[in-house]
Design a binder for this molecule. Structure first.
Ligand SMILES: [Cu+2]
Length: 112
C-alpha cells in the first residue's frame, strides 16, 4: 500500500473497529434463529432489559412465538426474513413454543 494511503487508512480502520466493538459491547438485543423447524439456540441466557428477536431463517415455513404458560397473546405469524421480538425486564425462566408447530420449543433464561 502507498505509505500516504496507509497513513490515512489506518486511523479510519481503527475507528471502525472501535465503533464495531462499542456497538457489540452495548448490545441489548439477542437473536434466536428460527431454521429447520428449530429455535437456535434452544436455550438463550440474557440479562434483564434484553430484547430477544426471533428471526425466521426458513426457506418457506412461517412460525409464531407463544408463551402459553404466561397466558399472553401469541405473536403474529412471521415469515422468512421477518422477525418478532420481546423485551425481558424481570429475571426468570420463560419457556415458549411455536403456536403452529407445538413440538418446536425453547426457553429464554433472564439472569442478572
Ligand atoms: Cu413453527
Amino acid at each position: 500500500m502507498n505509505p500516504i494511503v496507509a497513513h490515512i487508512a489506518k486511523p479510519i480502520l481503527a475507528s471502525f473497529m472501535l465503533a464495531a466493538f462499542l456497538v457489540n459491547a452495548n448490545a441489548d438485543e439477542s437473536v434466536v434463529s428460527v431454521e429447520k423447524m428449530q429455535f437456535i439456540p434452544q436455550i438463550i441466557k440474557v440479562k434483564p432489559g434484553t430484547t430477544v428477536r426471533w428471526l425466521n431463517n426458513e426457506k418457506r415455513s412461517n412460525h409464531t412465538i407463544s408463551f402459553e404458560k404466561e397466558g399472553i397473546p401469541e405473536s403474529d405469524r412471521f415469515f422468512p426474513g421477518e422477525s418478532w421480538q420481546r423485551t425481558f425486564e424481570k429475571p426468570g425462566s420463560y419457556p415458549y413454543i411455536c403456536g403452529i408447530h407445538p413440538e418446536m420449543n425453547g426457553v429464554v433464561e433472564v439472569v442478572e
